[in-house]
Ligand binder design. Sequence first.
Ligand code: 1HN
Length: 355
Amino acid sequence: MESPTATTAPVLARKDLPPDRRDLYTRLDARHTAPLWEVLGKIIPPEPTPDIVPVLWHYDDVRPLLMEAGRLLTAREAERRVLILENPGLRGQSRVTQSLYAGLQLILPGEIAPAHRHAAAALRFIIEGTGAYTAVEGERTVMHPGDFILTPSWTYHDHGNPGEVPVIWLDGLDVPIVNLFDASFRESYPGDSQPHTVPDGDSHARYAANMLPVDWEPARLSSPIFNYPYPRSRETLDTLYRNDAIHPCHGVKMRFINPATGGATMPTIGAFMQLLPKGFQGTAYRATDSTVFAVVEGRGRTRIGDTTYDWSPRDIFVAPSWAWVAHEAAGEAVLFSFSDRPAQKALGLWREQTA
Ligand code: 1HN
């Protein structure tokens, strides 16, 4: 027999319902209606009550599994050879936070990940290896560790590794947001790789030199820059650190921007990079954007709620919405992070608080 909750309203599974209420709720259910007064506190909690939990993936634990997948199937077979970083609070849902997807992608020397496009927007944060490229709308960029790369919504993209070593990166996508709206589309490119029609470095020259072509009008909501190379980000953090621009919670923290607007690089996903000085003991901070952190350099630990997570380079960890977060760094450390902050800000929902 099917369980009653599979076919009837969850409220009817309650054992303590007075008979007259049960009777009404049964007839409400038959008319596809339900009593708000039974669920109001749950659907509108006084503050965020995330289903996701804090979690840390040690790179050394996950990398061998990804390499094993590399021996088991080709990138072409897999379409994308990725280990989903799945939040244990939302098992089976392919989500790292309530609103975002994350995964670790491997491309081996000689491999191609075929071209496609989808409504979901993606970012790549390069973790290991050099010599692979990603192509977006006819332009290629070679990936280096620490680079932050965009694949905006509905742009054709493919990856290839003509180099000598495996290349691994962190993917972040707004898949759960797109699916919340039931607005997902996807199509394959006719052929494995899109034609390489734009000279390398073209978008960097056009859009990333604090100038824009004089008559340029944006065609998309996302940044026209598609690779934010690590040396530039690192140098900025280093200069500001030496100039003493240190925030008690964040160290030196910068947000990646769309140079045409000063806003976030994509409408749904924001990205950040921060330097924690050697010996930094940050004070607690919380915000409504659950955040995925990737350790770029250094060792340290982060307290999230009541638990402390020790991290070293290439580890990845998640802080849920509205959980108190405090970072400490043993040596100088650099963290990359991403979240749905621009989406929340656009909707007037984003909040933050310091302890
Ligand atoms: C995707 O297109 C890529 O292009 C990676 O590398 C991960 C996860 C879900 C849906 C599409 C890629 C993805 C993805």
